[in-house]
Design a protein around this ligand. Structure first.
Ligand code: BG6
Length: 494
């Protein structure tokens, strides 16, 4: 692989958590892999007063923390050799003038006008920052340089606001300049879903309604809301996780083979899946979806407080920290195959996976082998904490009698490839620097995602769907089990 294009990388919100924990360690990893160009500069822009040298030191400490091996001084310096920090309010004209000057200076130093802007800022600032970038002509592309903007999530808080933001951004720059990021697509095993499906001949023939009974997508976290109570109160589990991360997993699992893996080929197929989802009916959301909030409980032998007792959370909050629902994809491949999705905080453990459950054999030949119905065949694509793919099937237990037991074939990503520890942002940053938008979301994908959850948002905001409760440290609310039990199915245990 070639190093990325020469560029100046401007981080808005450079003193924040995302920059320290993920962006700078990713730059280090890119540098270590020889994928960062020699002509590279970083400009940090943020409100908090910080000395450049001090920031450099904290960044280095964060890289140290993120790496399993000792940090190579030289690699770190190569990434951060040209680093400038501008303290300014996002509304302060003088700060923007300084930024424009700094970009000019760094462009001359690296011999390139390419600029990648990263909006690691609160969503209320997305538009403001882009408007000011446009006003200072910092988004103008010329033959001497591209200009690209990476926009973090959440992209809007419902369909109307996402549409509005898309329209306003479209007035400021071209779609090809906008990189809407979803860090789930930076995870190797998530990208591997495409390879698993389309680079192998054996799975695709059975990847459809004839052989698949149902699909489960789980993103469970043991973490609570940490220091983000203020944001989370406004968002809740549905907005925070579903239209973005869960729908990425869903579309990669359910889409048709794209005509090419170039951005548009892939995005077209992802959008087709979203468009084929049977519209949810707000009045039925009480039956097809579950919203819940955690009470106090125990996790890893430690007492943890209820959501309502978390910092910056209203003591009588009705924000959901758990969401589960069923959808149907009305297309040729998936007609009649339910997809069950769930996500929640403070569950018994962190676990993200996609489970394809296959139909039972047509005849129970080994009925005498077990009193219970045989365990179903499952293909489990595990994303976190372990990155693996497992296939569960029945095997004969040794002995004179015919008894069966479920066994597993397992491929573990890290054990096999022994890959270096990564943050998940390396590929995404490299792609943005090389102009590959495949792993970023197109405007219509974002809107299609919001359109699907919109009826649920409406129903959940009214009184059509009661807020269920679950104990921190559990597998989630009983109502989520009932959702599947009504269809004679059950969740894979966490
Ligand atoms: C973020 C959400 O997008 O994803 C967080 O805002 C969540 O609430 C996080 O904790 C989960 O990411 P991961 O990679 O740890 O599964």
């Amino acid at each position: 692989m070639q190093p990325a294009d020469p560029c100046t990388f401007v981080i808005f919100g450079a003193s924040g958590d995302l920059t320290r924990r993920l962006l700078i360690p990713s730059l280090y990893n890119l540098s270590e892999a020889g994928l960062l160009p020699d002509q590279f500069a970083v400009i940090g822009f943020a409100r908090s007063e910080s000395a450049e040298d001090e920031l450099r030191r904290t960044f280095k400490e964060m890289v140290d923390e993120a790496e399993s091996d000792p940090v190579h001084e030289e690699t770190y310096n190569r990434a951060m050799e040209r680093f400038e920090y501008i303290t300014s309010d996002f509304n302060d004209e003088a700060g923007w003038q300084r930024l424009a000057g700094a970009i000019d200076k760094s462009s001359t130093a690296i011999g390139s006008r390419n600029c990648l802007f990263y909006l690691a800022v609160a969503p209320e600032q997305f538009l403001n920052v882009c408007e000011r970038l446009a006003a200072h002509k910092l988004l103008d592309e010329t033959s001497h340089g591209w200009r690209r903007v990476i926009v973090e999530k959440p992209f809007g808080r419902d369909l109307a606001s996402a549409r509005d933001l898309n329209q306003k951004l479209a007035g400021l720059m071209a779609e090809h300049q906008i990189y809407r990021i979803d860090h789930y697509l930076g995870k190797e095993i998530v990208q591997n879903i495409m390879v698993f499906r389309f680079a192998n001949g054996i799975f695709e023939p059975i990847w459809n309604r004839r052989y698949v009974d149902h699909v489960q997508i789980t993103v469970a976290e043991s973490l609570g809301v940490e220091l983000r109570g203020g944001y989370y109160e406004q968002a809740g589990a549905l907005r925070d996780m579903v239209p973005n991360h869960l729908f990425q997993l869903l579309t990669l699992t359910a889409m048709e083979p794209p005509s090419s893996f170039a951005a548009n080929g892939l995005h077209n197929e992802q959008v087709k899946v979203l468009d084929a989802i049977e519209p949810l009916v707000a009045s039925e959301c009480g039956r097809t979806s579950v919203r819940a909030q955690y009470d106090a409980g125990r996790l890893a032998d430690t007492d943890v407080v209820a959501y309502r007792a978390e910092e910056k959370v209203d003591r009588s909050s009705t924000t959901e920290t758990y969401a589960a629902f069923r959808i149907a994809i009305d297309n040729w491949r998936w007609a009649g195959v339910p997809f069950y999705l769930r996500t929640g905080k403070r569950l018994t453990r962190k676990k993200s996976e996609v489970v394809i459950q296959f139909r039972q054999p047509p005849l129970a030949l080994f009925r005498q082998a077990s009193m219970d119905a045989p365990e179903p065949n499952q293909l489990v694509i595990s994303i976190q904490p372990e990155e693996s793919i497992k296939l569960r099937f029945a095997a004969k237990v040794p002995g004179p009698e015919i008894t069966t037991d479920p066994v597993e074939m397992r491929f573990n990503y890290n054990e096999h490839f022994m890959a270096e520890k990564q943050t998940g942002y390396e590929t995404l940053l490299y792609d943005a620097m090389t102009g590959d938008r495949s792993l970023f979301k197109r405007a219509d994908m974002v809107e299609a995602g919001w359109a699907i959850v919109e009826p649920m948002l409406r129903a959940w905001g009214g009184d059509g769907c009661a807020l269920a409760r679950y104990s921190a440290g559990s597998d989630g609310p009983a109502q989520a089990d009932e959702l599947l039990a009504r269809d004679q199915r059950r969740w894979r245990s966490l």
